[in-house]
Design a protein around this ligand. Sequence first.
Ligand SMILES: [Zn+2]
Length: 295
Amino acid sequence: MADRPRLGRRELVGGAAAAAAGTLAGCRRVRPDDARTAPAMAAVRHLAGVIGPRPGTAPSYFRAADWVTARFGRLGWQVDRQRFPVPGGLSWGEPVDAGDSLNVIAHRGDVRAGAPWLAVGAHLDTVPQSPGAEDNASGIGVLLAVAQAVTWRRTRLPVVLIAFGAEEPRGPTDDDHHYGSRAYVDQLTPEQRRSLRGMVSLDRVGVGDAVVIGSAEDADPLRDELVAAAERAGAPYVVESGQRSSDHWSFVRDGLPGVRLGSTPYAGYHSPGDVVPVVDPRQLERAARVVVSWL
Ligand SMILES: [Zn+2]
């Protein structure tokens, strides 16, 4: 693909490997009832209500990234941060500056070279005119709820949780958005690519009363897995095809398995009206239950 961001610098910032592979062996398997809405709503209130608009290269974005890094760290996850360059442009009609953005990558130290693993991601940035409660503090909130549910519990495979920078568009083409997830896919080794069993993007997961499970193509084995997970979790869902407008697409367009959870239309989309009350904690809980059930 043209115009890919170059490989970013990675820096280790997390310390405690509280839930490292060895100590997880004695823990019980995680289940949907372990998902809590409190950490998800705390994220929505802080990101949308306190920090506000956070375009991927803005100082407010880095404050949001520091906050998410600290939350993962407090939950005992190890955190890497990947910096990558992003061009300036027009984001939903508003100018945004060129500069670096940042992916926050949390793991439990149990991903082994060549061994299967799973990824869950959500974009942390917003368009300039929106505090982004639903788009996408909701996704980050569910990501943190999943982190909390899983911390001291076993999953079927090692899991990596990623807050992506600069997902929102900075121009009209397919190469003008999803910068963070493309930078993340770019730095995966051939071995990591071969062993990735699925990536789920959480993007607008706090509106509506059924979880939207979307894939790029009509038939998608990973989407089927998420449908089965929703059924096990007792969460209402709807299935969608042709879904290419979130970070899972950076994986799929590079030949890797990816699906999106979320995208129910709502009035405040990409506007100053995307505020905390837009997000329904019950819908966050449904999405978190589906993800935990899949893990
Ligand atoms: Zn979004």
